[in-house]
Design a protein around this ligand. Structure first.
Ligand code: ZN
Length: 525
């Protein structure tokens, strides 16, 4: 499959020609600030075009961006010109990042749809503009990273099963990223590398989410995982706990949910260990729900949109992609994915409403609805992870409750936990990189809602407790030790069909969580 290439504009001066190139300029530039990038001929052409469009003040092509800087411009003399003027007011960083992502996506759209054989996209930002994102090179790094990762996100397409090449987007072009700052080549290289890794990690999570459930199931997922990590054998260890061992470990949740399927369940554990450990090395464990298809089981779901249930493994895909990115980025912390993988089908052996099962930590639960299966497999995975792996930080991602959508729409994942610091940190990172989380109260008032009269717990909440998303969190809390720093992130409403995020348009799945956690673990000291 063709993929785009990203290069440093500063070190590729000779190829940044007028021909076959779409240019985008971010920020306001002093006279001649751009001259060092281009040949005299190309620079003069840019300068002239700039001036012509500035004189016209073409209102349709003006964006408003809330920065203190005067102008944000993208232009080309092929077909499209964009001139962006600010309204002089500073807005939240989230909107600034999203605006950059939108502009980059509009540029990649032009290149991908061009009949003019545009093969190069040049994006150059002014030094002054990058300082909005941080001082002393930090802004240059972040801006190059955002631009690079967005190029990968927006060029994603799931075309494995499309046989007509005309329906596939152009992807054999090169993006050049540059800044007018002095001596910033290495920082830009670093931003591009980081954006490349994170963008491709998100795309892998999206790809698994988009794969059809006849081809991505508990039997095939194992080889997908092994292949994905094949180049990282030196730093990543892969282990699959198979059905018989899961039985011996008393992982009754994982066993029960997969009984109706012809595929055996497994629990994958993929561990990245940094080459050098130090006293400050932390162990971060990410548990991800991996239901490769959720029919609801005996409590079968309605037919409408049931095809979307192929994405009920999004949490596991995100967890695995995070470990891959951490290894590629050589993050100085241990990062471990724990993914319980099952297929929830009705059948002669399927678990029933009324069954009582025993989990890894010895607690029992009455199953009243076989469609509340995610918490059953996570119960085993979380109690295994908090017992055997002793994480410094434990985070789980799960497409857990439809109620999440009612509470938060398509924009915020729900975050719950007892550790306020951890949740605040995750929310702050998410607010900046565009994977936002909103805290719901995991308050003691809700806990009686998951009690059963004939077992320790019940897998659905008592009717008058309503709040389905919080009830899911309360159930999981029983499987995490009190001392563990833990956050539960319900992504049921954000893992598919994004709204208002044009750079995720390639197909259905979003990979929500990969950017959040890779940014988060990069910042832990
Ligand atoms: Zn379900």
């Amino acid at each position: 499959m063709d993929t785009i290439t990203i290069e440093n504009a500063k070190t590729k001066r000779s190829v940044l020609q007028e021909k076959q190139t779409f240019f985008c300029f971010l920020g306001s530039f002093e006279t001649d600030e751009l001259a060092s990038f281009f040949s005299d001929e190309t620079f003069n052409a840019i300068d002239q075009t700039f001036n012509e469009y500035l004189d016209k003040k073409n209102a349709e092509r003006i964006f408003h961006l809330g920065t203190p800087f005067s102008r944000l411009c993208g232009l080309s003399w092929h077909s499209t010109t964009k001139i962006v003027e600010t309204n002089g007011q500073k807005r939240e960083k989230f909107f600034l990042h999203e605006k950059i992502r939108q502009i980059v996506t509009e540029c990649t759209d032009v290149v991908e749809k061009s009949d003019e054989k545009i093969t190069k996209l040049v994006i150059i930002f002014s030094n002054k503009f990058s300082t909005i994102f941080g001082e002393n090179g930090r802004g240059i790094f972040l801006l190059s990273k955002i631009i690079a990762s967005t190029c990968f996100l927006s060029s994603y397409q799931f075309t494995d099963f499309i046989t007509d090449d005309a329906r596939k987007k152009k992807s054999n072009y090169t993006v050049y990223i540059g800044s007018t700052a002095e001596n910033c080549e290495q920082i830009i290289d670093c931003g591009i590398k980081n954006g490349n890794i994170v963008g491709n990690a998100v795309n892998q999570a999206r790809r698994w989410g988009d794969m059809p459930p006849n081809l991505l199931n508990p039997s095939t997922y194992k080889s997908e995982i092994t292949n994905f990590f094949s180049s990282l054998r030196a730093s990543c260890d892969i282990r699959f706990i198979e059905k018989e061992e899961l039985k011996k470990l008393s992982c009754g949740g994982i066993i029960a949910v997969c009984e109706g399927s012809k595929h055996d369940p497994f629990m994958g554990i993929v561990s990245y260990t940094p080459a050098k450990k130090s006293a400050s090395t932390k162990r971060i464990v990410i548990v991800g729900k991996g239901v490769t298809f959720d029919t609801g089981g005996i409590s079968i779901k309605p037919a409408d949109n049931m095809e979307d249930m192929k994405d009920d493994m999004a949490g596991s895909a995100v967890a695995l992609a995070i470990v891959w990115a951490a290894a590629k980025l050589e993050i100085p912390h241990e990062v471990i994915a724990v993914v319980p993988v099952v297929e929830n089908m009705p059948g002669g052996n399927a678990c029933r409403p009324g069954d009582i099962i025993t989990f890894y930590n010895g607690k029992t639960a009455e199953i009243k609805n076989t469609d509340a299966e995610g918490r059953l497999i996570l119960a085993d995975a979380l109690s295994y992870a908090s017992d055997k792996l002793q994480p410094d930080i434990l985070i789980d991602f799960a497409t857990l409750t439809g109620a999440c959508s009612v509470a938060l729409g398509p924009f915020f994942a729900a975050i719950m936990g007892k550790n306020k610091d951890l949740m605040r940190q995750l929310q702050e990172v998410g607010d900046i990189i565009g994977e936002r989380c909103w805290e719901l109260p995991l308050d003691d008032l809700f806990f009686p809602g998951v009690e059963s009269e004939i077992a320790d717990l019940c897998n659905i909440g008592k009717k008058n407790y309503r709040a389905g998303t919080i009830i899911g969190g309360c159930f999981l809390k029983h499987f995490v030790k009190d001392i563990t720093k833990w956050a539960h992130i319900d992504i049921a409403n954000v893992s598919m069909h994004p709204v208002g995020r044009p750079y995720l348009k390639g197909c259905g799945a979003t990979g929500f969580g990969v950017q959040l956690i890779t940014s988060f673990v990069s910042q832990i000291c």
